[in-house]
Design a protein around this ligand. Structure first.
Ligand code: NAD
Length: 283
């Protein structure tokens, strides 16, 4: 068993949702936490909750898309704790929710900067410290959209398929070069967090008013698809890490879709469109 007790664990995007619950679950299991987020208020709440559990926590405001800041952060965490064992590259955004024809270039840049380069930055900045620990673990959060594509999610799917490819390639290097670092890619299905609503707010902040169809889509996502409590998702992920699993599927929806795309690699896009038409009652 690859226990987290006594380990120094880094969690990005820890100010809410899955990241906050991951940090709390790791704290309950005896880890020492370095947590970060762009959202200072959410981050401060997470740090207070970790400390209330009697665990050690250091909170830092960090944009995972800012490479120089991430590299400096990795050095600071290693200096502060003396060792770093695990990094959970969790921070992510849903992106625009528009078709490729409607999506502006900035949305692609932002979604890939946070979801894909955020993961690459975090992995590369921390990897030397994880190797030095003699017992490292990289945990990169992809999505069921890391193996299943969907309309209006071109940027998100590109980023999450990318996280999967990056992480699996990383694993081959750790095996080939005998580095003492486990590598886990996580594919959550629908988890009850604010991710879909945050995407709307971010678009509005950039002056993009959502269409009635987009608003309805977010409402349906929040009501029908994002179902699993984030606490449960976090337990499944940390159980997977402790068991040394290379791949963690979170939820029956992720498991079902994993099978669907393997069984019907050519036909699944049409099945997805049919499913969405029925779910979102759109012809
Ligand atoms: N909720 C789901 O159904 C679901 C499904 C599959 C995958 N995921 C993935 O899980 C991860 C966590 O998402 P969540 O559902 O908890 O969403 P969330 O919105 O609740 O949490 C994401 C956190 O990341 C932070 N964040 C956003 N941009 C950042 C940046 N540039 N730098 C640092 N922090 C940043 C946000 O402030 C927020 O606290 C994401 O990678 C997401 O893609 C979520």
């Amino acid at each position: 068993m690859n226990a987290v007790r006594g380990k120094v664990a880094v969690v990005t995007g820890a100010g809410s949702g899955i990241g906050r619950q991951l940090a709390l679950e790791l704290a309950r299991r005896g880890a020492r936490l370095a947590v970060s987020d762009v959202d200072e208020t959410g981050l401060a709440e997470t740090v207070a909750e970790i400390k209330a559990l009697g665990a050690e926590a250091e909170g830092t405001t960090l944009d995972v898309g800012d490479r120089a800041a991430f590299v400096a952060y990795a050095a600071a965490v290693a200096g502060r704790f003396g060792v770093v064992h695990q990094v959970y590259n969790n921070a992510g955004i849903a992106g625009g929710g528009q078709t490729i024809l409607e999506t502006d270039w900035e949305s692609y840049d932002r979604t890939l900067a946070v979801n894909l380069f955020g993961v690459i930055n975090g992995t590369k900045a921390f990897l030397p410290h994880l190797i030095d620990s003699g017992d490292g673990h990289v945990v990169n959060v992809s999505s069921l959209n890391g193996f299943m594509a969907q309309p209006t999610l071109t940027a998100y799917c590109a980023s999450k398929f990318g996280v999967r490819g990056f992480t699996e390639a990383l694993r081959t290097e750790m095996i080939r070069d005998r580095h003492p670092v486990h590598v886990t890619v996580v594919h959550p299905g629908g988890v009850k967090t604010g991710i879909a609503s945050s995407a709307l707010k971010e678009a509005q902040a950039r002056g993009i008013e959502p269409t009635a169809e987009q608003l309805e889509r977010v409402r349906l996502y929040n009501e029908k698809l994002l179902k699993m409590p984030a606490e449960r998702a976090a337990r499944i992920i940390v159980d997977g890490v402790e068991a040394g699993k290379p791949r963690v599927l979170v939820g029956n929806d992720a498991k079902l879709v994993d099978r669907l795309v393997r069984l019907f690699p050519r036909h699944y896009p049409k099945l997805i469109v049919d499913f969405e038409r029925r779910r979102f009652a759109r012809s």
